[in-house]
Design a binder for this molecule. Sequence first.
Ligand code: NCD
Length: 324
Amino acid sequence: MGNIDPLQKINGDFKGKDILSLTQFSPKDIEKLFNVTWKMKHLASDNRPSLILQGKIASLLFYEPSSRTFGSFSSAMMRLGGSTIAIQNPQAVSSVAKGETLEDTIKTFENYCDVIIIRSSNVGDSTKAAKAAFFVPIINAGDGTGEHPTQALLDLFTIYEKFGSLNNLTGLLAGDMLNGRTVHSLIKGLSLYKNNTLYLLSPMNLKLKKDDLENFRKSGIKIIEITSEKEIPKTCHFWYWTRVQKERFTSLSEYEKVKHSFVLTPKLLEQFGNQKMVVMHPLPRVGEIKEAVDSDPRALYLTSQMKNGVFVRMALLALVLGKI
Ligand code: NCD
């Protein structure tokens, strides 16, 4: 917000900061967030009423469809006694439909609230919004094929909760590495830690961009690209499955060709998994994880991973609004 560099580092102090990318975080910042997240988890799990954000209002401007991010941010505000101005599809129901720019929309809503949470279909829109805002912080809830930092934070929390560390991990990311913003943020997050190895399983045309791959490798994380399930090592701590991002394709037939390249089945888990690992997915899934996997105790995508979305967002909102 304001004239400050929107991508400025958190540096121990979340208050008033825009949350746009995982590159703003250090392991210490994430530890601080997680410490508050534990508190939020207890508060929410006990159904204890909280007034930490009483009087605070968040605007949710979602230019793209959303269930979990929208629902959990709304829930997080309400669980802390705050409220929301929730606009899904502003291009249909707000003055955006009359041609108002993103910048003017932001400059409008910041007069009505204390924080703006934005999802859009263009990379960099949240940064644009952060530059336009004079006095409220912006949270990126997904900018096209760019980043989805709050999803990565809840993913990291879920992994941390299970393994007690974010160092020395081996993980498999499967699906759409090119267009999946959740994987982009998750790789950035895991790059902040030591000795992590990621196997990326995707169709040839959905691999990471070369530049991104090089930059990630430079940041110290070991990345191994694979094209067949047979190459999945038995030693993974987590499998992170993702959907092929249909809306990013210009040709439907190209999407149809690759949409189910890799489908997670109980058999695949048995062949290449292990007993200690966890299975995650940011959701929605559209056929790439068979329902038969859902009841496996290692599958967290319908349970704790999703619940953690509320707790992490409660913590983030309380910190960004300077209330904890
Ligand atoms: C993801 C997203 O929107 O990027 N969903 C989410 O926020 N949990 C993943 C996806 O849409 O595939």
